[in-house]
Design a protein. Structure first.
Length: 553
């Protein structure tokens, strides 16, 4: 028999004792079924930390336990999943948990089997309090995972930050139970962004592909190109048909123009050079198992839970894994631009911020970390470096005073003692180019132009020091300033041509999401995949595995 087991050090506590600890009273009616359930709930909830027996069964972490205690305290510890509508609410909860995979979650994380087993034993009054508590914890865990994410991003990687988005999960539980809409209340907590909605559709598609057996592996390592023939060509056809890159029905073993077009489509979807030749990289991308692609979709859906939910008007979405930027206005993509993102050893962070300012012809203040790690070694090797690059040196006082570069003892300054500010005036060598977009964030990351457009010609563009270089910065400035009077494409060009530094404040700051999307769905329904250039998919997968095992975010 499963019954409540509130424990103290070295002894078991009675329901009455727990009630006294909480300042409650147990009436004589406690012997009635409803009274006994309430008394047992009081017993379970007496402790500030989850009882060991309940931890083994439902794995509530401290966050969930505090929510559970608050929920029952608000209702005077009356059972929530019994009485009128109780059976329906439990059934609706189980239905939602059974479909957790639709959201990229795992129903096994939410004690669905235990809830189902307890629900079939409603005649055993001793287990009803446990059913009530486990159902409550399952609802709160699922709601938290769905709306906030299964891990705390910053706790996994200091370069990951979630949007500040408080959600009153207890209020959602109360509403779901009182309205008889447990299922739909949980659905409403799913990430609503258009990108997340598309990812869920792609996840369903790839799960269906997996259910039908996945796809064949194209064996061998020799490239396949137009004119090739043999069984491997037929395998390639079958592989491309499964994901819709090639129309089905042709079993030819000859590599023809239709197959070449299908290879190009697949290459484009995987961020490869679309030459129509199924070479080493193309075959490697096609041979990734469907289970791995499903996991990739789930990981990217998890990251959308960290993003702002209210992206209904104008916003900018940056994808450091896909090296692209979208400027969106009321659900319509107004501008798409290639970008250069951070290097593997200097990655662009995951964050959400507000674009508050546009600077034309900006002065560049070199970050101190970059000054110490990259500029100082150059100066020590070559005293003329600062002069050629037009880099000035100042002290770090509030009213900075420029220092004579020739008088600074560069060789004798230890890296840890370097306390100068390096900066560069606007001009053709300035790495910020002609336009900088200031974003509020703790990393000091910004979007900006660049004088080196050749960087955009590469497929993999992880080349910067964390900031995001935008190929069409002037067009982005036109989008950002489009809501302001006196700003048009012509006025943007004029501000750039003027050559002097000019600041423009954005009265209504524009949300910016710097994301890391290795999987996404285009507006035409095309499912795109990219390599895990920073290794962050793998890191998130490990963190989620730990969270599932321990119950801790």
């Amino acid at each position: 028999m499963l019954a409540w087991e509130p424990m103290t050090i070295g002894s078991q506590v009675t329901a009455a004792g727990c009630a006294l600890a909480l300042g409650l009273s147990i009436s004589a009616g406690a012997q009635a079924p409803g009274g006994q359930i309430r008394a047992d709930i009081v017993g379970w909830l007496a402790q500030e930390r989850p009882p060991l027996a309940l931890t083994r069964l439902a794995r509530p972490n401290e966050f969930l336990w505090s929510l559970t205690r608050r929920f029952y305290a608000q209702r005077d510890f009356q059972p929530a999943w019994h009485g009128d509508g109780g059976d329906t609410s439990v059934r609706d909860l189980l239905g939602r948990l059974d479909r957790a995979e639709e959201q990229g979650l795992d129903s096994a994380d939410y004690s669905a089997a235990l809830i189902r087993a307890l629900a079939t034993q409603r005649g055993n009054v001793d287990n009803l309090a446990l059913l009530d508590l486990v159902a409550t914890i399952a609802f709160l865990r699922y709601a938290a995972d769905l709306s906030l994410g299964r891990v705390a991003p910053a706790a996994v990687d200091t370069m990951w930050a979630a949007a500040d988005r408080p959600v009153d999960l207890v209020a959602r539980l109360v509403f779901g139970l009182d309205s008889g809409r447990v299922d739909s209340t949980l659905d409403e907590l799913a990430p609503p962004q258009r990108e997340a909605v598309r990812l869920r559709a792609a996840l369903a598609l790839y799960r269906d592909i997996a259910a039908q057996g996945g796809w064949v592996e194209v064996t061998g390592s020799e490239p396949l190109a137009w004119g090739a023939a043999g069984p491997r060509v037929r395998l390639l056809r079958r592989r491309l048909e499964v994901t819709g890159d090639l129309a089905p029905g042709d079993s030819s073993e000859v590599f023809d123009s239709a197959l070449e077009a299908g290879v190009r489509r697949a290459q484009t979807r995987h961020g490869l050079h679309a030459d129509g030749i199924a070479g080493r990289l193309t075959l490697a991308a096609l041979n990734v198992p469907v289970a791995a692609r499903i996991r990739q979709l789930e990981l990217n859906l998890e990251r959308w839970r960290w993003a702002p939910r209210d992206l209904a008007g104008r916003y900018i979405s940056v994808n450091s894994a896909g090296f692209s930027l979208d400027a969106v206005d009321s659900g319509r993509t107004a501008l798409t631009s290639p970008i250069v993102a951070g290097r593997v050893d200097w990655p662009t962070p995951i964050l959400s911020g507000l674009l508050t300012e546009v600077t034309f012809n900006p002065r560049w203040t070199i970050p101190s970390s970059m000054a110490v790690q990259e500029i100082l070694p150059e100066v020590r090797r070559d005293r003329g470096f600062l002069y050629r690059e037009g880099i000035h040196v100042s002290d770090t006082a509030e009213q900075a005073v420029e220092l004579d570069r020739a008088l600074i003892p560069w060789d004798s300054i230890a890296d840890s003692a370097f306390a100068c500010r390096l900066w560069q005036e606007p001009g053709p060598r300035n790495p910020l180019g002609h336009v900088r977009f200031g974003i509020r964030n703790r990393f000091g990351v910004a979007l900006h132009d660049t004088p080196y457009p050749q960087g955009f010609s590469a497929l993999a563009r992880a080349l910067s020091h964390g900031c995001v270089r935008v190929e069409v910065a002037e067009l982005l400035a036109t989008f950002v300033l489009g809501g302001l009077a006196d700003w048009s494409a012509d006025s943007v060009r004029a501000a750039v041509a003027q050559g002097s530094e000019r600041f423009v404040t954005i009265p209504d700051p524009i949300p910016v999401v710097l994301g890391y999307w290795t999987a996404w769905v285009g507006s035409d329904g095309t499912v795109e995949f990219r390599p895990d250039v920073y290794g962050w998919d793998a890191k998130l997968a490990r963190a989620l595995k730990r969270a599932a095992r321990t119950g801790r975010r």
